[in-house]
Design a protein around this ligand. Structure first.
Ligand code: ASN
Length: 330
């Protein structure tokens, strides 16, 4: 089994600098020592971003660069591991899941909370777990391995800034849990796929949180000038203040201007049901799109993905509620 690793940056390969943690560790030497004497000793190739990043700096251009690197090595390996910072790893894994439905080989992202040079770091279990996942013969999609769990790439969220169990899927079970042997969950649906997608580039998608007391004037100001699409993080099943003067009109004017507006929930575990309450009725009436049980990361990456395909607002509305890569329960 051959594995290709792409190193993009993140805490895993960072060292202390006067300005805080920054890339600079000897990843190649560390990997060599990790794999010497194992069944993967001579089976791993490595490529790296020219400019290693803290994943807080990642943009859709980085999602495109990762996708391009994976395709460039697609024939050379049986499985692929992307070493990535944890901060935006679930955005990248969601994005890759839409772009790689045709890839046909497992891709697992991982990183760590502590750098590889710290005694007790989670770098070793996370990287070896990711390697084990992509060589298992049981995975055919984009996933994240972290804290002894293998998690679907477009269902996962970073749930802790410090815990070794820093990631979870609030709406679906883990794909596998480590152990001897690993415990695998029976495979579930993976969506209809997307053939030959246009590469990622940046689009103007606004993610907006509602909070008690928000006014129509504040919401209107945040939407001026209009972005290409909006993700409105509303309350519960997709509710907003229905008694606040002018608020519903700002939403309906935005949608009437041809801007897709997706309503997601502030609850990590949610199923958005627009109109279930009177407080969500205006959103349903205005033609807002429900995020259903998608994570905020999957919603954002999917909107950027669909905008990159040059789709009109009605087509975006259709695809947002259609399962492309297993991101959405049908
Ligand atoms: N700031 C880091 C990053 O996302 C956090 C980490 O990797 N643990 O690149």
């Amino acid at each position: 089994m051959r594995v290709h690793i792409l190193y993009t940056g993140g805490t895993l390969g960072m060292i202390d600098t006067p300005a805080g943690l920054a890339p600079g560790a000897d990843l190649t030497g560390w990997l060599d020592r990790l794999l010497t004497g194992t069944d993967l000793a001579d089976e791993v190739t490595l490529s790296a971003f020219d400019h290693l990043i803290d994943s807080s700096n990642a943009t859709p251009a980085d999602w495109a660069a990762i996708t391009a690197d994976l395709w460039a090595h697609q024939q050379e390996a049986d499985g692929f591991v992307v070493l990535h910072g944890t901060d935006t790893m679930s955005y990248t894994s969601s994005a890759l899941s839409f772009a790689l439905t045709d890839f046909g080989k497992p891709v697992v992202l991982t990183g760590s909370q502590y750098p590889l040079g710290v005694v007790g770091s989670d770098a070793t279990p996370n990287v070896t777990g990711a390697l084990r996942a992509v060589t298992s013969g049981k995975l055919d999609r984009v996933a994240v391995f972290f804290g002894h769990k293998l998690l679907a790439g477009n269902r996962v969220m970073k749930t802790s800034s410090w815990a070794f169990q820093g990631f979870d899927c609030p709406s679906v079970p883990a794909l596998a849990l480590t152990g001897a042997p690993w415990q695998w969950t029976p495979a579930v649906q993976t969506g209809c796929g997307w053939h030959d997608p246009a590469p990622y580039q940046r689009h103007d998608v606004l993610v907006l949180d509602l909070a008690p007391g928000i006014t129509a004037a504040r919401l209107a100001a945040a939407l001026d000038p209009l972005p290409e699409a909006v993700v409105l993080r509303a309350f519960g099943v997709g509710n907003m203040p229905s008694e606040e003067p002018g608020l519903a009109a700002v939403i309906s004017d935005t949608i009437a201007s041809g801007v897709p507006l997706v309503v997601a929930s502030q609850c990590p575990q949610a199923d958005v049901l627009l109109g279930h309450y009177e407080a969500g009725h205006a959103l349903a009436q205005a033609g807002a799109i429900s995020a259903r049980d998608m994570t905020i990361e999957a919603v954002y990456a999917k909107l950027v993905f669909l905008l990159c395909q040059g789709l009109a607002a009605e087509e975006i509305a259709h695809w947002m509620v259609t399962d492309i890569a297993g991101e959405l329960s049908s």
